[in-house]
Design a protein around this ligand. Sequence first.
Ligand SMILES: *Cc1c(COP(=O)(O)O)cnc(C)c1O
Length: 460
Amino acid sequence: MNRELLRNLPKVDELLDSKEIKKLLEEVMRPIVVESVREAIEQVRSEILSGDREKLEGDDVLSIALKKIKRKNSTNLRRIINATGTVIHTNLGRSLLSKQAMTNVINAASNYSNLEYDVEKGKRGSRYSHIEELITKITGAEAAMVVNNNAAAVMLVLNTLCKEKEAIVSRGQLVEIGGSFRIPEVMRFSNAKLIEVGTTNRTHDYDYEDVINENTGVLLKIHTSNFKILGFTEEVSIEEMVGLGEKHSIPVVEDIGSGVLVDYTKYGFVYEPTVQESIKKGIDVVTFSGDKMLGGPQAGIIAGKKKYIDMMKKNQLTRALRIDKMTLAALEGTLKHYLDESDAIKNIPSLNMILMNSEEIKKKAYKLKRKLVKATDKFDFNVEMDFSMVGGGSMPTERIKSFVIKVKGYEMKPALIEKKLRECETPVVVRVSGDSVIMDLRTIKEDEFKFIEDAFKEIG
Ligand SMILES: *Cc1c(COP(=O)(O)O)cnc(C)c1O
């Protein structure tokens, strides 16, 4: 421990009196400044005490304090650069909105609107009316509504159609999504009784038929969106489930997870069930997320037969799960693109990134590499072919050909580069693989290059 250094630590008042801080006080609230200055002094003190700091220069504490002030004065929810290549990254906010969706949000947020007002009749209207027609047009369903997220959608459907009744589910479909959504628990909360049938790898139609009785509420199919079982497997097809439902007059419900509205096999991807297909095959009620492969805001969409949707609209739970006007605005803007598939692919960022051609990504990679080589000489940058993931528990086996920049530090280990990039003013989130840091250009926009350049200058 170095007593001399401890004695040289500046006092709070000294720092507050410095001209840099005084200038900041004109724009930043005083409590934020004082707290940051205290924390900066404390941080340096503990570095000295632990032996991590062996010298203290004039402006060291001040510059730490200035950084802290800047960070505290910016919003907590802030921009980061997603260099992971995972398009629908749940931790990083899932989907980015299209320009049209953004414009709609700004309009809805800053002006009064006809959210629940029928302008023609001059009377109270329905929040769902704005979007129902669009959803039915795109999916082919008779009716639709929207709630807070897909977890809420599943809960509302079960609570409406299966309260104190039995929901029959295949053991192979009792999924956990992202740690917080587990089918058995969602059932419990909805007051539906879970009846498991079949085995993890194989379930047959007679497994369902054997347990159907007068207290059966729904036959539930859950898309195992985030994993694949391979080998000796069998699932009961949608057609067979619909047949069983019709035979016994029991509604068939499908939680399809990702709201895929485009047939991706056309673009060379693995088959992923679409909402349209399930509706066409006769599923009574389908639920899906708004912010996964659909590429819109967080929302849970329920589409299907009108008689069931009407029951859900009347459920008291609907009031608690209802969406905000900004969500509605964003969802309308997003869904409109789907009226023309080529428009959706071009303008919805998630779709655009998932389908982005690897040659285009390669060009971006070389462009960024040139800038980085100019910005710093502490690292070796190399463009290489690699693979990206869709993410968000969607298409888990799909590896999409992409191009990345492989970064090796001449003095820094990859784990340290990763950490430092994450701690930059605009954090850059990367992957670490072996002895390198990987930045996948699929999820990096060209107007974000400057943040990455700045980050490497900051850490270099
Ligand atoms: C993602 C997912 C959910 C949860 O959806 P949220 O919109 O995140 O609430 C539920 N079921 C399936 C099958 C999913 O893939």
